[in-house]
Design a protein around this ligand. Structure first.
Ligand code: PLP
Length: 355
């Protein structure tokens, strides 16, 4: 199935809604029935048919179909945040006493979930970029269930299910929605796994997405491929500019020509995406601050994946007590949005020139 078909047509039941091109927002908590017999029948299938919006909602259903197809999965669930998706996915497969093997520096709140919240599970830490197909093969041979957070790549740049991974998670807040106006998360997997998760974690904990937010993500998804490709093209130019700058000590980007894992990046990712970090070649925090404060085209903010370019300096984490910070003080994360690459390069040039 091609990406345009998925984004423009898959899951849309237009004849059901007067031929509306955009799916209606089913802003309703419950659905009504004419007879007891009909209600009884619908209740039997409340996870697959409109009954109550904590379970099935038609707007959310269109989104589930599209996201699942983008990830080459059979089904998907959409949650109220990426963190809710991560928690539901992990909790759907672990039981007391199990071991979770995880990358050494996962997303900060995933780290919190594993090390603080689910601390009764032993956590073994491993290396950085993974050989996804290799890990999947090894895990299958030992009957280990695998889950990947694919937010960084988006399904446009990497499809882990095709490499043998069992379950794929996204913070839909990032690329999938792409407009910095919704917080949401997604879990993709086999029909069997997803239906089990729906009957357990999803319906029980109830961290669902509203129809309104689902409609916003559907609108964002229409341009997913365009946005990811545009941001990636700009990122290539910007990384090339930064690579040769004397004020840059290091760049962390999978498709950097000097990355020791470049061959692995090329094997499993189509392209590098638009999120990377730089380590500034400076002596003092004040210089990092001057660089960041001096940027005019970048917004200083957390999150990423939207239309706007962003910076997040690690030295801003100083006062945060919610998680330990393993990163260097002079590291700055950059996300490249949809602006003209040349304008962003000009801006970086003047801010680096000032320190
Ligand atoms: C943002 C993010 C999350 C958490 O998603 P929320 O939607 O903010 O809850 C998880 N994983 C990665 C890689 C992220 O960037």
């Amino acid at each position: 199935m091609d990406v345009s078909y998925i984004l423009n047509h898959l899951g849309e039941e237009r004849e059901e809604y007067y031929g509306a091109v955009a799916p209606p927002v089913f802003q309703t908590s419950n659905f009504c029935f004419k007879t007891v017999a009909e209600m009884r029948e619908k209740l039997k299938k409340e996870l697959e048919t409109p009954f109550y919006s904590r379970g099935f909602n038609p707007t959310v259903s269109v989104l589930r179909k599209k996201v699942a197809a983008l990830e080459m999965a059979e089904d998907a669930l959409v949650f109220s945040s990426g963190s809710a998706a991560v928690a539901a996915a992990i909790m759907s497969v672990v039981k007391a006493g199990d071991h979770v093997v995880c990358v050494e520096k996962p997303y900060s709140w995933t780290n919190n979930l594993l090390t603080k919240y689910l601390s009764r599970y032993g956590v073994i830490l491993t290396f950085e970029m993974q050989d996804i197909a290799g890990v999947a093969t090894l895990a299958k041979s030992k009957n280990i269930f695998t889950i990947i957070d694919n937010s960084y790549c988006s399904p446009i740049n990497q499809q882990p299910i095709t490499m043998g991974i069992d379950m794929v998670i996204h913070s839909a807040t990032k690329y999938l929605n792409g407009h910095s106006d919704v917080v949401a998360g997604v879990v993709c997997g086999t029909k069997e796994r997803i239906m089990k998760m729906m009957a357990e974690e999803y319906m029980t904990i109830g961290g669902i997405i509203s129809a309104q937010d689902a409609a916003l993500i559907l609108r964002g998804l229409r341009t997913l491929e365009l946005r990811v490709n545009r941001s990636t093209e700009s990122t290539k130019k910007i990384v090339a500019f930064l690579e040769n700058h004397p004020k840059i000590k290091q760049i962390n980007y999978p498709f950097l020509s000097t990355n020791s894992q470049l061959h692995l990046a090329k094997k499993q990712m189509k392209q590098g995406g638009a999120l990377f970090s730089i380590v500034l070649n400076v002596e003092k925090t004040e210089q990092v601050e001057k660089f960041c404060d001096g940027l005019k085209r970048f917004l200083m903010a957390t999150s990423w994946g939207g239309y706007e370019s962003l910076i997040f300096p690690i030295c801003a984490l100083g006062a945060s007590k919610s998680f330990e910070n393993p990163l260097p003080w002079n590291l700055v994360r950059l996300y490249i949005g949809l602006e003209e690459a040349d304008l962003l390069i000009e801006d970086l040039k003047q801010a680096l020139g000032s320190i």
